[in-house]
Design a protein around this ligand. Structure first.
Ligand SMILES: [Mg+2]
Length: 390
């Protein structure tokens, strides 16, 4: 059975959005002198779908949320011709072919994101062709159900954050991630604002639940070193992406301080890129993003390397490709979960493009043992809210 076509579509949301609230999350652009729209690099309202079809009409679905229009061009012009005519079950060969034929420009960033979208579609396709869910092809069920952590709590007013945390507690979650709103440019007053919010969230969720803290690359090494001892009393499970993704030495230094476990990796690419983070002990928790790191083929290799180093893997973001990997790996203890909300940052968009993502119940989600592939379909329920580019 050969692959006969690769179809890409960019989905641009034009429906209602929730306006961003103040300093809702630090990010890498915070270091710029002229910031303009401070949150623009954090917000995205576009998504790419990638459908790989075999001669018998079976379609596997992949996707990408990073620079969708540019990734589309890379797939259409470069990668699709490399894939058409291949047998999807030769997935490891197809992956290497895409990786090596674009190595000069594609091994990180847009190229690897395009490879990821195709690879995820190929895994969905393989599952459908053999009538098995993807996790059954990756090692099978390692958990009765997947524990998830509530991932939102953007930095806003203390009252609003506490109210949100209270609602999430009622939803049965036992782990929560909140975002910092202040970084180096905000000085000591900003540090105090950050700490007040951590304390406020802890006040609501108590100390028997997990609290994770997210910087989204909006701090720097100096600032993070000063913050770690101040955060330690609040017992965070981890501090996420304190510095930019390229500062691997910074991650390693912070992690070696052994004050708060450091996590990251959602902006790292490929097997060797993640192996570097693991080998240098730059992170205590690895959080590759399957639709950036090289798809499920790369993710599964990284899982093996991380397991050997006893570093847990908690893939970035919700979404089925991550859930299947988490289900199939003992070393993936919990999944990130974006609760279903109106479109704000853009993380929510996949709920409007796809159908089939499981909803968390009492802090857990479940995958179906009998649903072939990844278990998602492209939805037609919200078409009126999208501009679609073929
Ligand atoms: Mg993150």
């Amino acid at each position: 059975m050969k692959i006969k076509s690769v179809r890409t579509r960019v989905w641009t949301w034009k429906g209602p959005t929730v306006p961003p609230q103040g300093n809702f999350c630090t990010n890498a652009s915070d270091a710029l002198w002229m910031k303009g729209d401070a949150m623009s690099s954090f917000r995205f309202h576009q998504w790419l779908t990638c459908e790989v079809e075999t001669e018998d009409g079976t379609i596997g679905i992949g996707n990408a949320a990073l620079a969708p229009s540019v990734v589309k061009k890379a797939i259409d012009d470069w990668y699709a011709p490399l894939v058409i005519g291949e047998d999807p079950f030769d997935y490891a060969y197809i992956w290497e072919k895409m990786y090596r034929r674009s190595h000069a420009w594609g091994r990180k960033g847009v190229g690897m994101t395009a490879i990821s979208a195709i690879d995820i579609a190929i895994w969905d396709l393989m599952g459908k062709l053999v009538g098995k869910p993807v996790f059954k092809l990756l090692g099978g069920r390692t958990k009765e159900k997947i524990p998830v952590y509530y991932s939102k709590l953007y930095a806003g007013s203390i009252e609003a954050m506490q109210k949100e945390a209270e609602e999430a507690m009622k939803g049965g979650y036992k782990a929560f991630k909140s975002r910092f709103g202040f970084g180096p440019k905000d000085g000591m007053p900003g540090m105090r604002e950050n700490l007040k919010r951590v304390e406020a969230v802890r006040e609501v969720i108590g100390y028997d639940n997990d609290l994770m803290l997210e910087c989204y690359m909006g701090w720097n090494l100096d600032y993070a070193k000063r913050m770690l001892p101040k955060l330690a009393p609040y017992e965070p499970r981890w501090l996420e992406e304190p510095v930019i993704a390229d500062d691997v030495a910074g991650y390693a230094e912070l992690n070696a301080m052994n004050i708060v476990p450091i996590s990251g990796g959602e902006h790292e690419f490929s097997v060797i890129g993640c192996a570097e983070l693991i080998n240098r002990k730059a992170v205590s928790i690895l959080q590759y993003d399957t639709n950036r790191v090289g798809g499920i083929t790369a993710a599964q290799k990284i899982n093996a390397i991380a397991e050997a180093a006893q570093i847990p893997v908690i893939p970035h973001a919700g979404q089925m490709h991550n859930y299947h990997l988490t289900m199939a790996n003992t070393n993936c203890p919990i999944s990130e979960y974006f609760p279903v909300f109106d479109v704000e940052v853009g993380n929510e968009l996949f709920y409007y493009i796809f159908e089939g993502d499981p909803e968390a119940v009492d802090g857990y989600l479940q995958l179906d043992d009998d649903l072939p592939g990844l278990g998602i379909t492209i939805s037609d329920k919200h078409l009126q809210h999208f501009d679609i580019t073929e």
